[in-house]
Ligand binder design. Structure first.
Ligand SMILES: Cc1cc2nc3c(=O)[nH]c(=O)nc-3n(C[C@H](O)[C@H](O)[C@H](O)COP(=O)(O)OP(=O)(O)OC[C@H]3O[C@@H](n4cnc5c(N)ncnc54)[C@H](O)[C@@H]3O)c2cc1C
Ligand code: FES
Length: 811
């Protein structure tokens, strides 16, 4: 060989790996699970996942079809055949990477996707034998990857492309973020709640989908450059238009279907009746199962009936079993019509959940305290198929029967969250669902939507498919587009999307936001966001009532008198609503006045300037109705005086004469007298002990004051303790004066998702956090409101005492 010629290096001998031997006839591997006895004693994940051996055996069952229909059947088109081949070869990491080409969440989808309706349904092996357990294999690959990963996912260079805002952090937005960030877009996800994941976090229990799986898969997105802003409710904190004005080039609405349906039967507001959303949010998001270690309680009695037949029903029933309750799922159709994942139905049965098919509740009965005690039900038979394609349930006359029950959970479906739709009237909707074209384009230019907000309640995988389609459409719209220089108007946002042809539109939607200012102070950057929620100033008005000024730019820009915020002082606190007392848009600060009554409010009262509230969401609810009616009487008691201030000011600004009639226990308890005098034309006080003002209640004061009046009163506004509002309203009814009451029911999310704040007004059930908090005082069912606000009195006392012990005050 010529010495000048390049040296020939012998290629290493190729050692052909023995081809793994397929064995389609092996039985489908059974997913190991904890025993039912162990499950109901704790909260650990039920399914343990395949062993390595099982994963190999199961992967070898795959027929490796030339034209694998399972790939087409998967809404994300995961290359099932390829990843299973890699698993059969024992290369689990490569299998994980193969899945990740299409899906960012194999750990989540492997656990909660209804594989039996998609990929596994089409598996050829399933025609004669059982289909390959594709879902369990997907989960195995994800779990192996997580176990092997020695540290947090490594960060990649920050994307530099156009900015895209995704609203809601459920699966639809999460996959859209994954696809967009991979195409170089700068993505920010805005989430109303204090935890990310949407239904994955607040709806699906830990024992089905451990939180660390959700956090791990979201951390991967974070490492890829996706930014997350929690505690921002778009449509309230910022409008869609403002997002554009701040430089976002496209907006995706993945706000889900969180608005729970009610049964509409007598007694459904009794204490002990929950919507599935409230029940699950208390347990999953607020960890009520650890109360009093955590601050949020839940009442689960000895006998629970869960009404419904979907995934929420199974989840609620299985939680009830874990809380020690005898549990029945009542479903108006038969077993074949259940909509939940098969595995969850089987697990519920194994855990001792009893199923009552072909039956429905017609009425609920309570005791003298308004606590649920009994349920009247009716037997059903199946009739002709209805619009869902399932046989319709037909009540059998005369078949009514009664059962004793302490807890009822209504798991009968949800509608889209309404906040964005209400505040963005340009969006075409159909029965609350946002109308989109096949690419996810809404009626507004560069605004896209997908997931449950478009479909109504659906599934994780279909929400992800929508998120992916919208991300592709956004990429198509933006790829040749030069980033827009932010303007106050934003790019064409008021315009109708070209080529968009809406089907049906809701009428009567309106904007409940003040007009967007040119610079809304929206700062998606996490560093700036840290300044938010900081306590800027504090003043103790009385030993137990504190006045706070808090940095909250978005809330300060948009708040209106009558609105409120939901906050958590500490990361382990309950979510509590507080009325907005003032807001300074220039400074970006808001004013809150807090009375330390329960544990959480006491924790807040003890906080000092410089400390940062863990969460702060708002402004929530509707603004107070302010009109010029001539003379308005504003009535307040206790800390309600602080809450009255902005309303009194607004009435005066609207040209009214304002009289404030206020009550306190004693002279020492009188608060904010000076501020009130500058807000109202006339201020009078009554004290219970007569130490200042009139001796008596505020209602006595109202009577005495009215007796002196010669001119008519145009309207009244009452705020304060429920008994006071009730008696004040009874009096103004006698006077024939229209009266609004600002109500204070128990709230959890404050966004219309849990239904815990429901109140009866006239003959309608309203959600105070979205429809209120102000209602016609002459129509409010104050008795029911009183009972509902007392639902957790025992637990509150328990938490207060435990807190007093912790901070060394003794019992
Ligand atoms: C209890 C329960 C169990 C389920 N189990 C399964 C299951 O096992 N398998 C399955 O496939 N499907 C299941 N589903 C259905 C599935 O979870 C949903 O279809 C899916 O999560 C919808 O995803 P999404 O992204 O559209 O919305 P969501 O997951 O609902 O997320 C929407 C998010 O948007 C936030 N948001 C709303 N409005 C605003 C706003 N204005 N500003 C900012 N944020 C906002 C909400 O707080 C929420 O976090 C279940 C549903 C429930 C309720
Ligand atoms: S719906 Fe949950 S607090 Fe109003």
């Amino acid at each position: 060989m010529d010495s000048q010629s390049p040296k020939q290096v012998d290629a290493p001998p190729v050692i052909a790996k023995p081809k793994p031997k397929r064995n389609p006839k092996a039985p489908r591997q059974v997913l190991p699970v904890r025993s039912p006895e162990e499950r109901v004693q704790g909260y650990a994940e039920v399914s343990l996942g395949f062993s390595l051996e099982q994963a190999r055996i199961e992967a070898l069952r795959c027929l490796q079809c030339k034209d694998p229909v399972c790939v087409e059947a998967c809404p994300l088109h995961i290359n099932v055949k390829s990843f299973i081949t890699l698993m059969a070869e024992g290369d689990f990491e490569a299998a994980f990477q193969k899945i990740s080409e299409e899906s960012p969440f194999p750990g989540i989808c492997g656990r909660v996707c209804q594989h039996e309706l998609f990929c596994e349904k089409t598996c050829l092996l399933g025609k004669k034998l059982e289909p390959v357990a594709i879902g369990s294999l997907e989960r195995f690959a994800a779990d192996q990857h997580r176990e092997m990963e020695s540290s947090a996912p490594s960060s990649v260079p920050k994307p530099q492309g156009a900015r895209v805002a995704l609203i809601g952090s459920g699966p639809a937005s999460l996959i859209a973020a994954y696809d967009l960030v991979r195409n170089g877009y700068r993505v920010t996800i805005f989430e109303a709640l204090h935890q990310l994941g949407g239904v994955l976090a607040y709806g699906i229990p830990n024992f089905r989908l451990p939180r660390e799986i959700i956090h791990g898969e979201i951390d991967r997105l974070r490492a890829m450059g996706v930014e997350f802003r929690k505690d921002v409710i778009v449509g309230k904190t910022y409008s869609v238009e403002e997002l554009f004005a701040e430089g976002f080039e496209a907006v995706f609405l993945g706000t889900g279907a969180g608005l729970p349906h009610l049964m509409g039967i007598p007694g459904e507001n009794l204490v002990g009746v929950y919507t599935a959303n409230e029940f699950l949010t208390r347990l999953n998001l607020m960890e009520a199962f650890r109360f009093p270690e955590t601050d949020t309680p839940v009442n689960v009695g000895k006998r629970t009936v869960v009404v419904g037949g979907g995934n929420s029903a199974m989840d609620a029933a299985r939680w009830a079993r874990r809380m020690g309750s005898e549990t029945t799922i009542m479903f108006r159709r038969g077993r074949a019509e259940l909509r939940a994942r098969l595995e969850e139905i089987e697990h519920a049965e194994e855990e001792g959940v009893h199923f009552e098919f072909l039956a429905a509740p017609v009425r609920l009965f309570g005791d003298e305290k308004g606590t649920l005690r009994e349920m009247e039900c009716i037997r059903m038979k199946l009739g002709e198929p209805d619009e869902s394609g399932r046989p319709s349930p037909v009540p059998m006359e005369g078949s009514e029967y009664r059962i004793p029950v302490d807890t009822v959970v209504m798991a009968i479906g949800q509608s889209p969250n309404p906040t964005v739709q209400r505040s963005t009237p340009q969006l075409v909707t159909n029965r609350g669902k946002i109308t989109v074209d096949t690419k996810g384009q809404t009626s507004m230019a560069r605004v896209y939507a997908g997931g449950d907000v478009v479909r109504g309640g659906s599934t994780v995988i279909l929400a992800m498919r929508d998120g992916r389609a919208a991300a592709a459409a956004i990429h198509e719209a933006l790829q040749d587009h030069q980033p827009t220089i932010a303007t106050s108007a934003g790019p064409d946002v008021a315009g109708v999307a070209p080529g968009f042809s809406p089907a049906l539109a809701d009428g009567g939607l309106r904007s409940d936001l003040t007009p967007a200012p040119a610079d809304a102070g929206l700062k998606p950057d996490a560093t700036d966001a840290r300044a938010e929620n900081r306590i800027l100033a504090k003043r103790l008005i009385t030993p137990e009532i504190a006045w706070f000024e808090v940095q909250a730019t978005g809330i300060a820009r948009h708040w209106q008198p009558g609105q409120f915020v939901i906050l958590r002082p500490r990361a382990d606190s309950e979510r509590i609503p507080l009325t907005l007392v003032d807001g300074d848009p220039e400074k970006g600060s808001i004013t809150l006045v807090v009375q330390g009554i329960g544990k959480t409010s006491r924790v807040m009262v003890a906080m000092e300037p410089g400390e940062v509230l863990a969460d702060l969401l708002g402004p929530l609810g509707q603004a107070a109705t302010i009109e010029n009616v001539g003379h308005v009487v504003c009535v307040a008691g206790g800390v309600g005086v602080a809450e009255l201030l902005p309303v009194a000011r607004a009435f005066r600004k609207a040209g009214n004469r304002v009289t404030a009639l206020c009550g306190a226990r004693s002279k020492a308890q009188i608060i904010l007298d000076e501020e009130l005098r500058s807000a109202a034309d006339e201020v009078e006080w009554a004290t219970d002990d007569g130490s200042a003002g009139m001796h008596g209640t505020v209602v006595d004061l109202m009577r005495a004051w009215k007796a002196k009046q010669t001119s008519p009163v145009g309207a009244a506004h009452v705020i304060g303790p429920i008994p006071m509002m009730r008696y004040a309203a009874a009096l103004t009814r006698e006077w024939g004066v229209h009266t609004m009451a600002s109500l204070n029911p128990i709230m959890v999310d404050g966004t219309g998702m849990c239904g815990g704040c429901r109140v009866t007004v006239g003959d309608k059930v309203k959600f105070a956090c979205v429809d209120g908090p102000e209602f016609d005082a002459h129509k409010v069912d104050f008795e029911e409101l009183t009972r509902r606000t007392r639902a957790y009195l025992d637990q509150e006392r328990q938490a207060r005492e435990a807190h007093a012990c912790q901070i060394g005050l003794g019992q």
